[in-house]
Design a protein around this ligand. Structure first.
Ligand code: GDP
Length: 205
């Protein structure tokens, strides 16, 4: 089991040499600005102000690395899709993300989308990036508390269809506000950490 109390900020990366390279799993969180990415990370860790909530959208073009129990990293990618961002900033975002994806360090990807809406063109690009890594990929459909019960199934189907998700990619309804879906996300993270630990344990003789 991961001790979620042992979560600490490691660094903000702006270039490849800043990316941790100790071989521990890197669990990546991506999402459009304001989708609730920081809130989701905080809810998973049961913290209030760990990842920063409601910061200036689009202003943080760096990748934040957190160590969880010295067993895995949580990687907070800069949000995308904020309208008021300059072309230069958008380009910087693209270059940094491309460099990180090319570094082949991602071991599990989470993309956070808004359960109320059809995913955007940017969401599609992001999902394709994750799918092209060939690593396990999961979509978190956040703000579940904002829809009616009857909307759940059609909205999840719309997300699957729009992002062209293969069957093996789960879509997990989630509410960073209420905590619903937290156990499902946590179970995937625990399983990922456990599988890695099992692979890296030296057999006793
Ligand atoms: P980020 O830009 O993706 O990191 O988004 P934030 O975590 O800062 O959240 C953006 C806004 O959405 C904040 O006002 C949050 O309180 C709100 N929010 C995030 N998740 C939820 C959710 O599940 N339900 C509701 N109702 N509001 C949410």
């Amino acid at each position: 089991m991961l001790n979620l109390h042992k979560a600490e900020f490691i660094r903000s990366a702006v270039k490849p040499s800043d990316f941790p390279s100790d071989g521990l799993p890197q669990i990546v969180f991506a999402g459009k600005s304001n989708v609730g990415k920081s809130s989701t990370i905080n809810k998973i860790l049961n913290r209030r102000n760990f990842a920063r909530v409601g910061g200036q959208p689009g202003k943080t073009i760096h990748i934040n690395f957190f160590s969880i129990d010295q067993q895995v990293y949580f990687v907070d990618l800069p949000g995308y899709g904020y309208a008021k961002v300059s072309k230069a900033e958008r380009d910087r975002w693209g270059r940094l993300l491309e460099t990180y994806f090319a570094s082949d360090k991602i071991t599990l990807g989470f993309q956070i989308v808004d359960i109320r809406h059809k995913p955007t063109a940017d969401d599609k690009v992001m999902a394709d990036w994750f799918l092209s890594t060939g690593k396990p990929f999961v979509v978190i459909a956040n703000k579940w508390d904002k829809i009616k019960k009857s909307e759940l199934e059609p909205n999840v189907a719309c997300i699957r269809q729009t992002l062209l998700l293969p069957e093996e990619v789960p879509v997990i309804p989630f509410s960073a506000e209420k905590g619903s879906g937290r156990e499902d996300v946590l179970a995937l993270i625990e399983a990922h950490a456990a599988a890695f630990a099992a692979e890296h344990t030296t057999p006793s003789v």
